[in-house]
Design a protein around this ligand. Structure first.
Ligand code: GRG
Length: 295
């Protein structure tokens, strides 16, 4: 395994332990929702966003325990978005991370509530003094994650995606949709590492720019996998974009064009980190992983 792969696994393992500790146990009459939250958040996923939060925090020598709380918070938001995206009212999927989706394993109402509770718990984690002793830093983390997740970020992107068939998006419209839906959350994972490290606004923005380029590369690679890969490899349904007649980077540029653009963006992402020198090696490798992964 490369250093990057070893680190990705190590951070994923530590994130799982953190999520297990932070999520309430299954108990009492409300235990069904905590069981669904744990089902959605534990056991599975590449944990790329937690990796980015921790690797970014490492640039500023942030204590690992603090970085893992930010990592767990961003993963809770990601997991909530997957649970809601899979609902019949949205993408209507039966398979996620190689297992039945939450509404299939439980029911729709429980899936909605589990998503809602993962969303709100993420902010409770960030607001807790264990995340950082300085209240201003905690408030900045909450504001960053809220902005990236809401109507100006991921939720906005999802809204555009749901209406995309009727919008006749041009290339820049498609890029904006993907930046909002996927890029903002990936970028904020990187930004939160820098916020935890007390970095300047300019430095936080460098990490954010890395994240936005890497996020777009990641999404284009996802479009490629949707065409080239199978459910057995990805753990989720594939071929859905073409079946839905959705415009993607693959439908616009062709497979080779999409792969070339993803690679160019991954290199461009790394270039934002030049000033960190060799310290940013893992993040550069993460950008390459985003475009070469098989799931
Ligand atoms: C419902 C508010 C709301 C938002 C949904 C995340 C999302 C937005 C939709 C999921 C569908 C999709 C293909 C989104 C693009 C981002 C993406 C590729 C998500 C999957 O992320 P991975 O590959 O998943 O990191 P794992 O399972 O590895 O964590």
């Amino acid at each position: 395994m490369t250093t990057f792969q070893t680190e990705l696994v190590a951070i994923a393992t530590a994130t799982n332990a953190e999520l297990d500790r932070l999520l309430a146990p299954v108990s009492g009459p409300e235990g069904r929702v905590t069981e669904a939250m744990r089902y959605a958040a534990l056991d599975g996923g590449k944990r790329l966003r937690p990796f980015l939060a921790v690797a970014s925090a490492d640039l500023f020598d942030v204590p690992r325990a603090r970085a893992l709380r930010a990592a767990a918070a961003v993963e809770m938001i990601h997991c909530y978005s997957l649970v809601h995206d899979d609902l019949p009212a949205m993408d209507d999927d039966d398979l996620r991370r190689g297992r039945p989706t939450v509404h299939k394993r439980f029911d729709e109402a429980t899936a909605i509530l589990a998503g809602d509770a993962l969303l709100t718990e993420a902010f409770a984690v960030l607001a807790d003094p264990a995340t950082h002793p300085d209240g201003a830093i905690r408030a900045a983390l909450v504001a960053e994650l809220a902005r990236a997740s809401g109507a100006a970020g991921m939720v906005g992107g999802q809204m555009i995606d749901l209406m995309a068939a009727n919008l006749a998006l041009d290339d820049s419209g498609l890029k904006r949709l993907q930046n909002l839906k996927t890029g903002c959350l990936i970028a904020v994972a990187c930004r939160m590492g820098a916020v935890l490290g007390g970095a300047s606004v300019a430095t936080i923005d460098l990490l954010g720019n890395y994240g936005m380029d890497m996020g777009l590369a990641f999404q284009i690679a996802d479009d490629v996998l949707d065409v080239e890969s199978s459910a057995a490899e990805t753990g989720k349904a594939t071929g859905k974009d073409a079946a839905a007649g959705k415009a993607t980077f693959v439908s616009r540029l062709g497979l080779d064009g999409a792969k070339t653009l993803a690679h160019t963006l991954a290199v461009q992402a790394g270039n934002h980190l030049d000033s960190f020198g060799n310290k940013s090696k893992l993040l550069r490798e993460a950008a390459m992983f985003a475009v070469t992964r098989r799931n």
